[in-house]
Ligand binder design. Structure first.
Ligand code: FES
Length: 335
């Protein structure tokens, strides 16, 4: 049965069918809620249920007991059992950006580390995918499921879409990329998606925080900022396990060498004795370097634990909630 949903404080309304989640219904009707994984794992779509009843088909992993006690809900997983009133921040997106489903071909692949593949996808001739730096696409699988990957190139350089794909050993899609995928293979993609993108209107200093292949959308954002000749200070922190995982270290070092306003700080969580740089958790390196985060816009992409730790500790150092933009993804979601 179709249910009406009202959003506070905007007063916007939309309708949810019984076979779709609240988030899917909102997006279908042009209401842009904040979201990331769309699988209940990251917490990006969390909001408050003020009135009504919902149910989940699977356990909402990203909800703590306290969240549930506080009536917080994951809208990407929630189905409406009655009319709802919800409290949720809406995201202003450029409504002119069209979400497309396109057949594409694998143009090129490059192994960046033992378990990260750089994949270039070629769109059909005469097709372009308009997107904002930081957004992602879905690769549509034959069984109807999808896998989401951030776009690693900037919108001005859109001949190919560049993805950084980390191998998940028993995954559904990523092992194919490493073992059987070849140039010219056909893929179906849908996008662009995501509320993680660079906000042009701010004048604040910029802090970019990447974990693992969360570097991909950060790369897209930096290339966009460089192309737009943005002079605001840009600090890039990239956390990985070992030096071998810094798969585009030279590129990031070159941004810092060529632009006075850019600094790049790689941080290893499992450094060996040859490493003379920063070590530990990447968000802790930021905390050590900044006394006050209130005058920064922070863009963060990486695994849920990194995002959650950064969000909590950065707010303790003055970062306002609406200045923390993030895309949280779970590698294991390919399983
Ligand atoms: S938990 Fe809903 S988008 Fe990730």
């Amino acid at each position: 049965m179709r249910q009406r949903v009202e959003i506070k404080p905007s007063g916007h309304q939309f309708y949810v069918e019984s076979n779709e989640t609240v988030l899917d219904a909102a997006l279908r009707q042009g209401i842009n809620m904040r979201y990331g994984c769309r699988s209940g794992a990251c917490g990006a779509c969390k909001g408050k249920l003020l009135e009504g009843d919902i149910h989940y088909e699977n356990d909402p992993i990203a909800l703590t007991d306290k969240d549930q006690a506080d009536n917080l809900v994951l809208f990407c997983a929630a189905h409406a059992d009655s009319e709802l009133v919800i409290e949720m921040e809406e995201v202003k997106l450029d409504s002119a950006i069209e979400i497309k489903t396109l057949p594409c071909r694998v143009h090129d692949m490059k192994l960046l580390t033992d378990d990260v593949m750089q994949l270039f996808i070629k769109l059909p001739a005469a097709e372009r995918l308009q997107f904002l730096s930081g957004q992602y696409i879905d690769i549509l699988l034959e069984d109807g499921r999808h896998r989401s990957f951030s776009i690693a190139n900037a919108p001005h350089n859109d001949e190919f879409l560049e993805l950084h794909i980390r191998l998940v050993d028993d995954g559904l899609f990523t092992p194919k990329v490493f073992k059987t995928m070849q140039n010219k293979d056909l893929l179906r993609i849908e996008g662009p998606h995501g509320s993680f993108f660079f906000h042009e209107e701010s004048t604040k200093d910029i802090l970019l925080l990447a974990g693992g292949t969360g570097f991909a959308p950060i790369k897209g954002i930096v290339e966009h900022l460089v192309s737009e000749k943005v002079t605001r200070p840009i600090a890039i922190y990239w956390g990985v396990r070992t030096e071998a995982d810094l798969y585009m270290n030279e590129l990031a070092q070159s941004w810092a060498a060529e632009h006075d306003n850019i600094t790049f700080i790689p941080v290893l969580s499992d450094a060996d004795s040859n490493w003379s740089g920063r070590s530990g958790y990447v968000h802790e390196a930021v905390l050590a370097d900044f006394e006050d985060l209130s005058e920064l816009d922070v863009y963060s992409c990486g695994p849920p634990a990194m995002i959650q730790a950064a969000e909590k500790t950065f707010q303790e150092k003055g970062l306002k909630k609406n200045q923390f933009f993030y895309d949280s993804f779970d590698y294991a979601s390919d399983q």
